[in-house]
Design a protein around this ligand. Structure first.
Ligand code: ZN
Length: 294
């Protein structure tokens, strides 16, 4: 199934809802970063959250970046999205190995540890809008729920999941975010409060063959859902050899000469997609000659 997010409301507009299936983008992230299962789950969950949050952005240049920093072995996770839910991200330590937690699941909370979640929204204003909260559990969904409550004053319910297969590939990934609108119908909220804890996990629902539309129906059981549109998220990095060359040119003539003299080349690494761009002696010399000619 192709990755997609549905944007919907329920209970006569009492809540807005996004339900996502993101197996492909989580799988792409795993492939690029060669992550171990617990790191695959951590990164896949944050990328899924980012892809949903991207669906709330209006302008083409808007960007949301989520940064988790923790004292656990994974160190941190970064994910960023644009308004088309094109996401990219990485974990600081992709090769972490941890035993499963006491409920037999990948121990994302243990890998992340205690720390902070920072959300920065670049909406084309002078300064990005940002908020930071302490991590609740490091399991990511709870941390994002807490961020919405504290920093955006929006009561939310967030579920995120990545199911890693025996061959370490991503078997299922997805999530939902439900946000309560002002003047929400109390009956719908009461339904959610009672009903959500009884539902299987998002990856179990997806693994049973449910689509995001099916999951929306399961969440609200007849409480008047309306689907507005579908968004197709993907893992996409915008780095390129040409952009990287410009970064290197911008360090200036003196610095380039130093690089040539001391290192005989330069390796620039894109953390987001784990790509190296290597510029050898000749390439650097050419850059210097180009600047000197100007
Ligand atoms: Zn890149």
């Amino acid at each position: 199934m192709q990755d997609y997010i549905i944007r919907a409301t329920a209970g006569n507009g009492s809540v807005r809802v996004f339900v996502a299936t993101t197996k492909n983008l989580a799988g792409k992230a795993r492939e690029l970063h060669q992550t171990t299962p617990v790191a695959t789950a951590a990164l896949g969950r944050l990328l899924t959250a980012a892809s949903i949050m991207g669906a709330t952005l209006k302008n083409d240049s808007d960007i949301i970046t989520l940064i988790i920093k923790g004292d656990g072995p994974i160190g941190g996770i970064v994910a960023t999205t644009n308004n088309q839910s094109q996401v990219k991200g990485y974990v600081f330590q992709p090769h972490v190995i941890l035993p499963k937690n006491n409920i037999g699941k990948l121990d994302v909370g243990g890998a992340v540890g205690s720390g902070t979640l920072a959300v920065s929204k670049d909406l084309g204003l002078k300064e990005p809008v940002s908020g930071q909260v302490a991590l609740v559990s490091g399991e990511i969904a709870e941390d994002i729920t807490y961020y919405f409550a504290v920093s955006e004053q929006t009561p939310s319910s967030v579920a995120l999941g990545v199911l890693v297969d025996v061959d370490y590939s991503v078997k299922q990934a997805g999530g939902y975010i439900i946000q309560v609108m002002p003047d929400a119908d109390e009956a719908v909220l009461a339904h959610l409060e009672k009903h959500l804890p009884t539902l299987p996990s998002i990856t179990t629902l997806l693994d049973e063959g449910n689509t995001p539309e099916d999951i929306l129906a399961l969440l609200f059981e007849g409480h008047d859902t309306v689907i507005y549109d579908k968004i197709y998220p993907a893992f996409a990095c915008s780095c390129s050899l040409e952009k990287t060359r410009k970064v290197l040119l911008n360090v200036g003539l003196d610095e380039l000469k130093l690089i040539l003299e001391e290192d005989k080349g330069a390796n620039l690494h894109c953390h987001f997609c784990n790509t190296d761009y290597y510029f050898d002696e000749d390439a650097i010399q050419e850059m210097i000659a180009g600047i000197e000619k100007q």
